[in-house]
Structures are given as structure tokens and as C-alpha cells.
Ligand binder design. Structure first.
Ligand SMILES: NC(=O)c1ccc[n+]([C@@H]2O[C@H](COP(=O)([O-])OP(=O)(O)OC[C@H]3O[C@@H](n4cnc5c(N)ncnc54)[C@H](O)[C@@H]3O)[C@@H](O)[C@H]2O)c1
Length: 252
């Protein structure tokens, strides 16, 4: 099979310096897309873009804090200036912090909501007019299995990922008449730098995999990237407002 499922398309991937976002960027480029990755990690982000496209023709890095509306305005303007269009937005940037209802501080709750929820809202808001004007576009919001059920110790994170799932559905219905699709991805345990944060918080990932994952192993970022590719491409033309789960059976 030829590798051209995203030929002619332009994708904007937030939090793309590393982890899943970087893997999505690599796969999208292999499938013919031009990709802009954004992140607060400037050096890592610039190095990733250079690795994926040494001459800069198919991958560019931009500094971007997803909680900042001015940053969004500047990023979207820059993508349109460089590549002329935005076909796919992957709202991937996010943070994970452990905490129960007993020990979560308001400031930490708000920080998680700012990045994981406000960031996704601003992303959809910032590209919607452009996509509606073109009568096409695919927005892929990265939620989590923690947005599918109640996960103890994930108070703020769970709230944020449920919010992403809920916004996805409402916005999908708002934008469907204009040909713009919006779906959410729900990863389980994926081997990225975020997982190391999780491990550092005292949760043994091995133990979690053993007790929670029927397939018996954690995923690589590419497992999620393949789903993002499907949702970004026209292969998923009839899917909108849906949850796409990639969790080794966790939520079965
Ligand atoms: N790793 C997992 O097991 C797992 C499971 C389910 C969902 N997720 C979700 O997948 C997404 C990607 O996570 P990952 O595992 O690749 O983690 P990661 O920490 O490697 O990547 C997240 C990226 O987001 C960036 N980021 C953080 N705050 C930002 C901000 N304000 N503005 C812009 N960028 C910002 C980080 O710098 C980082 O590069 C996240 O939304 C995460 O919640 C991860």
C-alpha cells in the first residue's frame, strides 16, 4: 500500500515536541502531510522538527502555550502563512498530576484544567472558522481512559479528560453541518515521558499493566499515532463525535 493517506494535508499538533505528539508528527509526515508541531519545550521541539524534516519543508516547530489565546492566534496565523491551510488539528498537549479529592490543591486542579481543557477549547475555537470556511477539517482531541470511567487518584486529570470528551461531542454536532469532524482518542497506558511522571508518583506501571491491561503490555506512541492518522485522514469520513479507544482492553 502506498504511503499517502494524508497527501496534500496540513496538520497542527500541540505538545508535539516529544511523546505521542512527536510520533503522530512522524507518521503524518510519512503519510504525505506537512506538519507544524507546537510546545512549550522549545529546544526539544526544534530538535524534533529538525529530525523529522531536516530541510524544514514538511515539519516546523513553533513555541506555543496552549493556555494562551494570543499564542493560538499567532500559531494559526503562522501555519496559514507557511502552509496555507489547516486540515487537521490534534489537541495533544496535556499534563498528568496524581491527586485524590482529599489532597488535590485548587491551584493544581486549575492548572490541569487550564492546560488539558482550556487548551483544547482554545484550539477548537482557533481553527473552527478556518475549517468551516473551507467546508472540511478534522479535529482530534486526546482524552484518556480516565475520560471514560472514574479513576481513583486521578481527580483533576479525570475531570479534564471527561471535559475533553464532552466538548468533543458538542462541538462535533455544531460543526458537522459545515463538514468539520471532531473525535476523541482515549489512550490507556502509553510509554511516553508522561508515564515516567506517573511512575515517579509511586504508581508502579508494571503492576498497573498486570492488573488492568488484558493484552498484558503498555502501548508505544505509534499505537496511538495510527489511530490519529485514521481520524485525521478521509478514511474516517463518516465518524464524528465519537470516542476511539486504544487501551489494550483496559476499559472493556
Ligand atoms: N502516556 C499515557 O499513558 C497517556 C494516557 C492517556 C492519555 N494521554 C494523553 O496523551 C497526550 C500526550 O501525552 P504524552 O503521554 O505524549 O505526554 P508527554 O508529557 O510526553 O507530552 C505532552 C507534551 O505536552 C506539552 N505541554 C504541556 N503543557 C503544555 C502547554 N501549556 N502548552 C503546550 N504544550 C504543553 C509537554 O511539554 C509535552 O511535550 C496528553 O494529552 C495526555 O494526557 C497519555
Amino acid at each position: 500500500m502506498g504511503k499517502s493517506r494524508l497527501e496534500g494535508k496540513v496538520a497542527l499538533i500541540t505538545g508535539g515536541a516529544r511523546g505521542m505528539g512527536a510520533s503522530e508528527a512522524q507518521l503524518f509526515i510519512e503519510e504525505g502531510a506537512r506538519v507544524v508541531i507546537t510546545d512549550v519545550l522549545d529546544e526539544v521541539g526544534a530538535a524534533t522538527a529538525k529530525r523529522l524534516s531536516p530541510d524544514g519543508s514538511s515539519c516546523v516547530f513553533l513555541h506555543h502555550d496552549v493556555t494562551n489565546e494570543n499564542d493560538w492566534t499567532a500559531v494559526v496565523a503562522s501555519v496559514l502563512e507557511t502552509f496555507g491551510q489547516i486540515d487537521i488539528l490534534v489537541n495533544n498537549a496535556g499534563i498528568f498530576e496524581r491527586g485524590t479529592v482529599l489532597d488535590t490543591e485548587l491551584k493544581d486542579f486549575n492548572r490541569t484544567m487550564d492546560i488539558n481543557v482550556t487548551g483544547v477549547f482554545l484550539g477548537m475555537k482557533s481553527v473552527a472558522q478556518h475549517m468551516v470556511g473551507r467546508g472540511k477539517g478534522s479535529i482530534v482531541n486526546i482524552s484518556s481512559v480516565a475520560g471514560l470511567d472514574g479513576t481513583p487518584g486521578f481527580l483533576a486529570y479525570g475531570a479534564s479528560k471527561w471535559a475533553v470528551r464532552g466538548m468533543t461531542k458538542g462541538v462535533a454536532k455544531e460543526l458537522a453541518p459545515f463538514g468539520v469532524r471532531v473525535n476523541s482518542i482515549h489512550p490507556g497506558i502509553i510509554d511516553t515521558p508522561m508515564l515516567q511522571t506517573f511512575e515517579a508518583a509511586g504508581e508502579g506501571v508494571r503492576e498497573l499493566v498486570r492488573t488492568r491491561i488484558p493484552l498484558g503490555y503498555e502501548a508505544e506512541p505509534i499505537h496511538v499515532a495510527r489511530l490519529a492518522l485514521y481520524l485525521g485522514s478521509d478514511d474516517s469520513a463518516y465518524s464524528t463525535g465519537s470516542e476511539f479507544v486504544v487501551d489494550g482492553g483496559w476499559s472493556a
